[in-house]
Write a protein that binds this ligand. Structure first.
Ligand code: GRF
Length: 191
């Protein structure tokens, strides 16, 4: 069976990474097996590193402070990804804007916790919660040089019920992410 390799990039908790490890990594689908061949974190204290260890996977820690420019940082991660043979890169909470050095060489998707094009950036959950909108949601999109600006692949939303607390809203976002991201990776690769 064909093995399709993916890379996952993260900066923080890594709950989406763990969910991919549980539902996608080393699993067989109708036409292929999918394997994580590369993990990269730009933060050495990212909890995702511990989550990956439980699955026997080590993470490349690439800190931007060791690079003189965004381009040289991106060049390094492109090199690591290419070496790993990954054909799809999943940004799961990777908190950096990538340059064309990355976007022109790598096929990547990003998970974002709002209904794009609304609420781009790092405070998407707070901004959508406070927006007065009656729905919240998530997006998965192709990655280009613009912050959360690549072509949208898929989205899902939920009704924001009256008096919903911020914690409930946030929980709902993460539950949707954990459902939609693995499904999207499988849809892209298993066809
Ligand atoms: C997710 O909400 C994702 O949409 C955003 O960063 C968060 C990462 O969460 N880009 P985790 O590290 O996977 O728990």
């Amino acid at each position: 069976m064909v093995v399709k390799k993916i890379a996952v990039l993260f900066s923080g908790s890594g709950s989406n990474l763990e969910n991919i490890l549980k539902k996608v990594h080393d699993k067989r689908f109708s036409t292929c097996k999918i394997e994580i061949s590369c993990l990269i974190s730009d933060r050495k204290n990212a909890y995702g590193i511990q989550r990956a260890k439980k699955y026997g996977l080590s993470t490349n820690i690439i800190e931007h402070k060791n690079f003189s420019s965004r381009e040289s940082f991106d060049k390094k991660i492109v090199e690591i990804i290419k070496k790993s043979g990954a054909e799809l890169v999943v940004l799961a909470g990777f908190m950096r804007i990538l340059t064309s050095e990355f976007t022109q060489n790598i096929n990547a998707i990003n998970l974002h916790p709002s209904l794009l094009p609304l609420f781009k950036g790092a405070n998407a959950i707070e901004e959508s919660y406070n927006s007065g909108m009656k729905v919240g949601g998530i997006s998965i999109h192709h990655v280009n040089e613009k912050l959360d600006g690549g072509e949208i692949i898929t989205q899902e939303c939920f009704k924001k019920i009256d008096n919903m607390s911020f914690e409930e809203f946030e929980k709902k976002i993460h539950a949707l992410e954990h459902k939609l991201l693995p499904k999207t990776i499988i849809d892209i690769l298993d066809s």
